[in-house]
Design a protein around this ligand. Structure first.
Ligand SMILES: Nc1nc2c(c(=O)[nH]1)N[C@H]1C(S)=C(S)[C@@H](COP(=O)(O)OP(=O)(O)OC[C@H]3O[C@@H](n4cnc5c(=O)[nH]c(N)nc54)[C@H](O)[C@@H]3O)O[C@H]1N2
Ligand SMILES: Nc1nc2c(c(=O)[nH]1)N[C@H]1C(S)=C(S)[C@@H](COP(=O)(O)OP(=O)(O)OC[C@H]3O[C@@H](n4cnc5c(=O)[nH]c(N)nc54)[C@H](O)[C@@H]3O)O[C@H]1N2
Ligand code: SF4
Ligand SMILES: [Mo]
Length: 722
């Protein structure tokens, strides 16, 4: 797609500079809510009373300023898709057949009980998602720890934000993706985007980059010339076409230049940080010429990046460093983000009004979803499950004995990889993820899923994972249920029901309540989201992500509330770290990390680096967007983006069908030639299934801290298909 395409349909006609409203209260003319998909959580109004006649119109809101992307515009299609599940399905004689709710829940509860009786509590596992509302993410964690008393719960945020989160906690003492409102970025004259392609992944986000782009200050580090990088070049900014997996070297080289060329903010480093000397011992080794050799980014470009950031800072026009999945989804992603933060710290950006460091959260509730306890090592309020004080507090709210709460469980890939093994769970229930398509080494994961005694999938469409399940429970979608989400800025939003739930479908709160009572759990599970939210507020009180003063009423009245929002801080905290960081001494930490590079080296058999990512029209595993005709028509078929010389060397021309082959699998894709590609890199989107699944190739090498798999670099070769 071209950059000009984004200026047209991606943004609504009313995306002007008029002031943005904050949150809207419900009106009689429609239901104000937020998009079904990504973490920007664009505001929209839904009009109509049935799925068939529901229409979407964009609503002014700070994050989207009246804009929506093509997925947002077409989001109502999913509410009326013929592919909608409306009856529970149970596998009998090899076939998924319709059944009653009572039967399906009995099959699930019996399977869970039997597995736990025979093999212990950890025989049952749960897998959640960053798209679940806050209430569902919270209740899923509670269901695991209280009703099942299993430690085996994790979620797809491990694929997404875990490295950024780990680095944020390590360096700032707290993880909130953007520690400032997204609109702050709009006044900056310099923005360095590291592995982010918002032109396709969050088009309305571009409105916040216009000023930087117009001043030649938009800089994009991406192996590909993406529409975002093209926008930077259009305005006189920079594209750093680095080799995949070399971001840490890039960051350390930029730190080196900031210091040696006199751009470090020495007062800030002295007063607001610790650990600079240790980090410098590493960064001093990253001479610009060495960085150029490793990354492929010219020394002159490196110098220009540092100068542009420092100039914007010095003239008080604002400079931001923003990270997304490109640099993060690696086996060394936590260290890479740590190095990005070191760059921001040496320049004195974080915790200064008008400048800063942030990571761009991806999923609709990617922020809230990582705070409320669906993570293996976590309790609500972003507390650690191995902290005795946290256990005591949460157990009190839940009305259970802290000693009965399980400890930390396996991380997402380790959990999926253990399924159906002797020591691993034999029952899995999935909420809001499609791992057959989206997990790393998806072939291996699919084998593990098939080895389960009981796979239960809750979804509203028959995803590839639902299709191999033993029980499929049809749940409600975004516009059919009430809830809250927390967007990429840590702002809590109301998602509202615009439609009555379709016959035959049930909300997940109701499903967990039904299972808990069938399992004989003496503790009640509320089914009203508002009641669950009130309990979540109490459970989060005193934790890092404290929601105690966020009430449903305040959200409904249109207040904008960023966590932490407490009785001491009832207006919430749009900007974090202005006075102190969330570390014990209030200072941000430089941590001495070094460049490691991709886990898997290229060799003669697999000479190219494959990286993966997204296209504008498809969302994630594609289970939802592949059902929307307008999106599938525009996106076309599964492709591999290749430099013409690389294709020619493999005997391939534009439009040919090729196999991309890694040490783990093979993916079939249409060749899309692109003169701007690095000849040593190919790119594949991961939205397609079956033969076209990019995750047949990827490498599940895990980051030692975050347990994030290496989605963004594996060694491959191209083969022409006969
Ligand atoms: N259309 C669309 N939008 C989405 C989503 C979607 O599926 N579709 N998903 C949402 C979610 S959950 C997320 S997490 C976000 C993700 O949002 P982004 O992070 O913007 O998306 P990606 O395409 O995964 O990766 C961004 C870029 O990283 C580049 N890249 C690859 N390898 C490297 C590397 O080693 N270093 C660097 N610096 N860059 C590299 C890729 O070429 C790609 O252009 O998008 C959200 N928005
Ligand atoms: N190769 C490669 N693989 C990747 C990535 C990459 O960049 N490259 N990115 C990774 C990232 S960042 C992410 S976030 C993951 C995402 O990948 P997945 O975890 O597979 O996420 P989705 O495709 O969003 O899956 C959501 C499923 O849940 C359903 N669903 C939506 N809302 C709900 C709900 O409220 N309840 C229930 N029960 N179901 C619901 C949808 O219909 C869909 O079938 O993919 C990861 N995989
Ligand atoms: S940018 Fe994200 S939230 Fe906004 S309309 Fe598109 S998918 Fe929805
Ligand atoms: Mo994500």
């Amino acid at each position: 797609m071209t950059v000009s395409a984004l200026r047209g349909p991606a943004l609504a006609p009313d995306a002007t500079d008029a002031p943005d409203s904050i949150e809207a209260a419900a009106t009689t003319t429609g239901t104000p809510t937020h998009c079904a998909y990504c973490g920007l959580q664009c505001a929209m109004t839904l009009t109509g009373s049935t799925a068939a006649d529901l229409t979407v119109s964009p609503r002014r809101f700070p994050t989207n300023r009246g804009g929506l992307c093509q997925k947002g515009w077409t989001s109502a299609e999913l509410l009326r898709t013929p592919g909608r599940l409306t009856t529970p399905l149970v596998r009998r004689d090899g076939q998924l057949v319709p059944t009653t709710w009572d039967d399906a829940l009995t099959v699930v509860a019996d399977g869970m009980r039997e597995a736990q009786q025979n093999r212990g509590r950890d025989a049952v596992a749960l897998f959640g998602g960053g798209g679940l509302t806050n209430e569902k993410a919270y209740q899923l964690g509670r269901f695991a720890r209280v009703a099942l008393r299993t430690s085996q719960i994790d979620y797809n945020g491990r694929w997404c934000m875990s490295s950024a989160a780990a680095a944020g906690i390590r360096c700032f003492g707290l993880d909130r993706g953007l520690p400032f409102p997204v609109t702050d970025i709009g006044s900056a004259h310099a923005v360095l985007l590291l592995g982010a392609n918002p032109a396709e992944t969050m088009p309305p986000f571009l409105t916040h980059l216009v000023r930087a782009a117009d001043h030649g200050g938009l800089m994009v580090a991406d192996p590909r010339l993406t529409p975002t990088a093209a926008k930077a070049l259009d305005g006189g900014g920079l594209h750093l076409a680095l080799r995949p997996g070399t971001d840490a070297a890039l960051a350390l080289g930029l730190v080196h230049l900031a210091v040696t060329e006199g751009h470090a903010d020495r007062t800030y480093v002295e007063q607001r940080t610790t650990g600079f000397d240790e980090l410098w011992a590493v960064a001093a080794q990253w001479l610009p010429e060495r960085v150029e050799r490793v990354t492929g980014v010219a020394v002159t470009t490196l110098r220009e990046v540092v100068r542009t950031l420092a100039r914007a800072r010095d003239t008080e026009r604002g400079a931001y460093v923003l990270s997304a999945r490109g640099g993060e989804q690696h086996a060394s992603g936590t260290d890479t983000v740590t190095a990005f933060i070191a760059l921001a710290l040496v320049l004195g950006l974080p915790g200064n009004p008008g400048s800063g460091f942030g990571t761009v959260t991806g999923q609709g509730n990617g922020q809230g979803g990582r705070e409320h306890g669906q993570k293996a090592d976590q309790l609500p309020g972003y507390r650690r499950i191995d902290d005795p004080a946290a256990r005591a507090h949460v157990a009190r709210v839940w009305g259970v004995d802290p000693d009965d709460l399980p400890g930390p469980g396996r991380s997402a890939f380790e959990l999926l990889d253990a399924l159906g093994t002797e020591s691993g769970p034999s029952v899995l229930m999935v909420h809001g993820s499609n791992p057959v398509v989206s997990a790393p080494e998806a072939g291996r994961v699919t084998e593990r899923l098939r080895a389960l005694d009981l796979l239960v999938v809750c979804d509203f469409v028959l995803s590839e994972t639902a299709a191999i399940a033993d029980v499929v429970l049809p749940v409600l979608q975004w516009a059919e249920e009430e809830g809250t989400l927390t967007n990429l800025e840590g702002r809590v939003l109301r998602r509202r029901a615009a439609l009555a739930p379709p016959d035959g479908c049930r909300g997940e709160l109701e499903i967990w309540a039904g299972l808990a009572s069938r399992l004989g759990c003496p503790v009640l599970f509320a089914t009203d989201p508002r009641e669950v939210f009130d309990e979540l507020r109490r459970a989060s009180a005193g934790g890092p992500a404290d929601y105690s003063a966020v009430t449903w009423e305040r959200l409904d009245a249109g207040e904008s509330l960023h966590w932490p929002c407490t009785t001491e801080r009832p207006q919430g905290t749009p900007r974090l770290f202005l006075d102190r960081f969330a570390t014990p001494d209030g200072r941000a930490r430089f941590v001495a990390v070094d460049h490691q590079g991709p886990a898997e080296p290229v060799d003669a058999d697999h000479p190219l680096v494959a990286t993966t990512g997204r296209v504008l029209q498809h969302y994630q595993s594609g289970a939802q967007t592949r059902l929307v005709a307008e999106l599938t028509d525009a996106a076309g078929v599964m492709f591999v983006q290749v430099h013409p010389d690389t294709a020619a060397a493999a005997g391939l021309a534009d439009g040919d069908r090729a196999d991309v082959v890694s040490r783990r699998g093979r993916t079939t894709a249409q060749v899309r030639l692109d003169d701007d590609m690095r000849p040593d890199v190919v790119f594949l989107p991961f939205h397609w299934a079956g033969d076209g699944a990019a995750n047949a190739l990827t490498n599940a090498a895990l980051d030692p801290t975050s347990r994030m798999p290496e989605f963004k670099a594996c060694a491959v070769r191209l083969e022409a298909r006969p």
